[in-house]
Design a protein around this ligand. Structure first.
Ligand SMILES: *Cc1c(COP(=O)(O)O)cnc(C)c1O
Length: 366
């Protein structure tokens, strides 16, 4: 039995009627941008997150970029980012003309170490940008308290955290403003690219809405240099059809994660650590192995699909050569990037498939 790293078909099968009717409804409407479907999804998703506003945009990278623009970030500013994240977090900062200032993670949670943030703050810092990596919430109370004391805004990258909770509160309503991706493989995925920005501050939501549509509130009147970054009607309708299932799919991920945590204990593997205040969304189930290449190759021989999130840290990418941050400059992030491996975890994975992965991991560790 081969187990793919990810199989999106069970979720489609579960909500097939709702999705297919959403697709044909939009096709028949003849209206494809900035219409009723977008407004309905924005309202539903804001409610899901427990915030006042949601603005749909074209993808997760744009959600981060437009949230930063709405906060007024521009050339010469600095934004504190995790050293251990997907590069999109950094690219959004660079797109604003600002500089990403990396802070190392807590090696237990993989999330930004809140105790290291303050020493990275300078007179040019405008925003702290934590990421809820792998769906595990970052320590938002500590980050918000520091931001308030230093007069900074907090934007959180929620691209992997749909349905996660922090101290009982939903991720998406914990920061000044929050950015989402609805890339197909995310916990709430569209049938193409999609993104969103949630906030309870009217002025920030309004700024994102103007920026996503050419900087225009009224056709052919352009207030600011905006861009074209809209969540189209088809994607909005698909997301509305899938949203009612989100909590149930996260619960399925959680029970698979609980099985893995229980059955893989005691192996020479680093397992995810969950602080008592965290309810992760389990977008990814990430283990650490000292000889990842051999471990991954053995799992592949046994028919288990795995991926590395991520193989190279942003500061070691050619795209950030300008920072001249050599090997060893951010050692915690670099060690994580050398050793992590993501196991299959998706809603609809059968008990037999989970058991098969567990057996294979035991074999590959032997
Ligand atoms: C997926 C992802 C993004 C970017 O989202 P896209 O929709 O692919 O542009 C940003 N940050 C993180 C942490 C992500 O996982």
């Amino acid at each position: 039995m081969n187990i793919p790293f990810l199989d999106l078909s069970p979720v489609y099968r579960e909500s097939r009627e709702a999705i297919d009717s959403a697709l044909s409804r939009v096709a028949a409407s003849g209206w494809f941008l900035l219409g009723k479907e977008l407004a309905a999804f924005e309202e539903a998703y804001a409610q899901f997150c427990g915030v006042k506003h949601c603005a749909g945009v074209a993808n997760g990278l744009d959600a981060l970029y437009l949230a930063l623009r709405a906060l007024g970030v521009g050339r010469g500013d600095e934004v504190v980012v995790p050293s251990n994240t997907y590069i999109a977090t950094w690219l959004a900062v660079s797109q604003c003309g600002a500089v990403p200032v990396p802070v190392e993670p807590d090696p237990a949670t993989y999330n930004i170490d809140s105790s290291r943030i303050e020493s990275a703050i300078t007179a040019r810092t405008r925003v702290i940008l934590p990421v809820h990596l792998y769906g595990q919430p970052a320590d938002m109370d500590a980050i918000n308290a520091l931001a308030q004391r230093r007069g900074l805004a907090v934007l959180d990258d929620c691209a992997q955290a749909h349905g996660a909770r922090y101290k009982g509160r939903r991720v998406g309503g914990l920061a000044t403003i929050s950015a989402w991706s609805f890339y197909p493989g995310k916990n709430l995925g569209a049938m193409g690219d999609g993104g969103g920005v949630t906030t309870s501050e009217f002025s920030l939501d309004d700024a994102v809405r103007v920026l996503r549509n050419y900087g225009s509130r009224q056709k052919y009147l352009n207030e600011v240099k905006g861009c074209n970054s809209r969540l189209d009607e088809i994607q909005a309708a698909v997301l509305s059809a899938k949203l009612p299932m989100l909590d149930a799919t996260v619960a399925q991920r959680r029970s698979i994660a609980a099985r893995y945590l229980d059955a893989l204990r005691g192996l020479p593997l680093g397992l995810p650590y969950v602080p008592e205040w965290a309810e992760p969304a389990w977008h990814l189930f990430v283990v650490r192995h000292r000889d990842r290449q051999r471990f991954q190759a053995r799992l592949a021989e046994l028919g288990i699909g795995t991926l590395v999130h991520y193989p190279i840290a942003p500061h070691r990418q050619a795209a950030y050569a300008e920072l001249s941050m050599g090997e060893g400059s951010l050692p915690i992030a670099e060690a994580i990037h050398r050793e992590v491996l993501s196991l299959p975890i998706w809603p609809g994975m059968s008990e037999a498939q989970v058991a098969r992965v567990i057996d294979a991991v035991h074999d590959a560790c032997a």
